[in-house]
Design a protein around this ligand. Structure first.
Ligand SMILES: [Zn+2]
Length: 198
């Protein structure tokens, strides 16, 4: 069952998986279900009530390709350049907020076949993975939101509201990098054309 903000389990630090440790089948089923039916881009195990360091990443532009399971994902390096962009979360229904994230990061994780993979991610993919790793550390995006940026998700449909909130909040930030709408990329767009190897 999808856990929502206020559930104490979402504040827990998830446990590292041992080499070769299999995830509970019920968890895998629920993670797939959450991606498919809740229309999420990715989901972490703890959001389904299992505080284990596992993330299932979906494909927003190629629904036919299978989701990818990332075990013990961790960030090895972050770019100093950051971007503020809107985020939402399956566990925080109805709300969106602006969050600063590194423009690029290098991440490592284990695949379900036990291989260690390393990837350089950019833009939306980097943002998404850091959001998910935050879940594994018991942190929700609302805790990192730029103060004053939280708004009902329906208002994200209005470009005028989005722009006015961003301009108001980021006006005084030196060198603030705003992500132009045209460059907001999907998970497996040109920014991340290779996707995640499994
Ligand atoms: Zn989330």
């Amino acid at each position: 069952m999808l856990r929502l903000a206020g559930d104490p389990i979402l504040s827990k630090v998830s446990r590292q998986l041992s080499p070769g440790e299999a995830l509970p089948r019920a968890l895998l089923r629920e993670m797939r279900h959450a991606l498919l039916h809740e229309r999420g881009s990715a989901v972490s195990a703890v959001q389904l009530g299992f505080p284990l360091r596992a993330v299932l990443v979906g494909h927003t532009t190629r629904p036919a390709s299978p989701p990818r399971l990332l075990l013990n994902p961790r960030v090895l390096a972050r770019s100093s350049r950051r971007e503020a962009d809107w985020e939402t979360c399956l566990s925080v229904p109805g709300l969106a907020a602006l969050v600063w994230r590194p423009l690029q990061l290098v991440a490592a994780y284990e695949t379900s076949s036990g291989r260690t993979a390393e990837r350089s991610l950019r833009g939306f993919a980097a943002r998404m993975l850091e959001h998910e790793i935050d879940h594994l550390d018991g942190v929700l995006f609302t805790e990192k939101a730029i103060p004053g940026s939280l708004l009902p998700v329906e208002q994200l449909h209005s470009a005028a509201i989005r722009d006015s909130v961003r301009e108001r909040l980021l006006r005084d930030v030196p060198h603030a990098s705003l992500v132009p709408e045209s460059q907001r990329s999907a998970w497996d767009s040109a920014d991340d054309a290779q996707g995640f190897p499994i």
